[in-house]
Design a binder for this molecule. Structure first.
Ligand code: HEC
Length: 321
């Protein structure tokens, strides 16, 4: 019904959308998405009416109210989004959701609010706000002179930002070469041993709720791929590099080498480095920037893998639901 109301003019649809919003349980993502699509172009009207029944203090909102504000994110919601983003009573996840909602509002109020969250320097929500400011300052929020404001409020000063060298280790020498993939495929893997062996992958992959997001999330991967493809991906990381995960190397004028994925390559360059940390590198400090011709993933020898441990890891990845 919500989607059917998408093209119905506001005077006929808002009351119905508000009724649907009131029945939202705060969990069903498809319901929320339908509500968002149905409200397209009339977000403000739907939000104003729907929020009349939300708790007065945004910090006390239930999941449904928070999700509706996140999905509709009209200008009217900005003060409430900021209150939630800055509240130490809410979980980091809840706060970060509100920061994301702010980032999709094209107004000066939203940009100012994001600056407030960033300047509050309260943990991850503030770090994420800084990231969004740097990301939005050259597109949606280009007119708001954010560079100057960030510097003044001590949020980000490109000249003084501390950078950390991140270099790929040299390939391991003198190690026994791995057997051919076809030979590894013949080995019988052990799920339990694989679960232990996969520990070295957590530095760069999220798997079944553990680990850091740097390379692709691997929870579902095993289900979708053949054993041969998984073996190849682990044994020869540079043979085929997943789209969107290509590596870059930045050399700074003061002699640092920073390897990672360039998630934005305007000014500043944003480099996602191993461990998931995003470094912000002003163009003025870059000597050179180039694409890597190999994967950011470590070679099996650097991870201490043998043919058998790869077979075990494959068995474990295949066992994940
Ligand atoms: C130093 C970081 C790093 C470590 C450690 C690492 N990986 Fe990766 N991995 C990556 C990156 C980056 C990519 C994406 C680039 C590519 O495809 O080569 C990747 C890609 C993959 C892919 C392909 C995924 C896809 O969607 O195509 C698989 C499978 C994989 N890794 C498995 C593993 C396993 C298993 C381990 C542990 C034994 C491991 N990786 C350890 C960084 C790492």
């Amino acid at each position: 019904m919500a989607i059917a109301l998408r093209d119905v003019p506001a005077e006929k649809s808002v009351a119905l959308l508000v009724k649907l919003a009131a029945q939202y349980d705060g969990k069903d993502r498809a319901y929320l998405e339908a509500l968002g699509l149905g409200s397209e172009g009339k977000e403000s009207a739907v939000y104003r009416a729907a929020s009349a029944s939300f708790a007065k203090d945004p910090v006390a909102w239930n999941d449904a109210a928070s999700a509706i504000a996140w999905r509709l994110h009209p200008a009217e919601a900005v003060p409430a989004l900021v209150a939630r983003a800055n509240s130490t009573q809410l979980s980091t996840e809840q706060r970060k959701r509100m920061v994301t909602a702010l980032a999709f509002s094209p107004t000066q109020e939203a940009a100012n609010a994001m600056m407030d969250v960033a300047a509050a320097k309260s943990g991850e929500a503030s770090a994420q706000a800084v990231w969004w400011l740097l990301n939005r300052k050259s597109n949606h929020w280009a007119d708001f002179n954010l560079d100057k404001a960030m510097k003044e409020r001590g949020v980000y000063d490109p000249e003084n930002a501390k950078l950390t060298a991140v270099e790929m280790p040299a390939p391991a020498v003198g190690t026994t070469p791995l057997p051919e993939s076809a030979e590894i495929a013949k080995l019988t893997g052990d799920e339990a041993r694989g679960k232990a062996a996969v520990g070295v992958c957590y530095a760069c992959h999220r798997i079944a709720g553990t680990g850091v997001e740097f390379g692709p999330e691997l929870t579902e991967y095993g289900k979708q791929q053949t054993r041969e493809a998984i073996i190849e991906a682990i044994a020869k990381p540079s043979a085929s590099i997943s789209h969107g995960y290509e590596g870059s190397i930045v050399k700074t004028k003061d002699g640092l080498t920073i390897t990672g994925m360039a998630v934005a390559s305007g000014d500043p360059v944003l480099m996602k480095c191993m461990g998931g940390v995003i470094q912000t590198i002003p163009r003025s400090r870059i000597q050179s920037m180039s694409k890597m011709d190999r994967s950011l993933m470590y070679e099996p020898a650097m991870l201490g893998l043998t043919g058998q441990s790869i077979a075990d890891i494959v068995a474990y990845l295949k066992s994940l639901k």
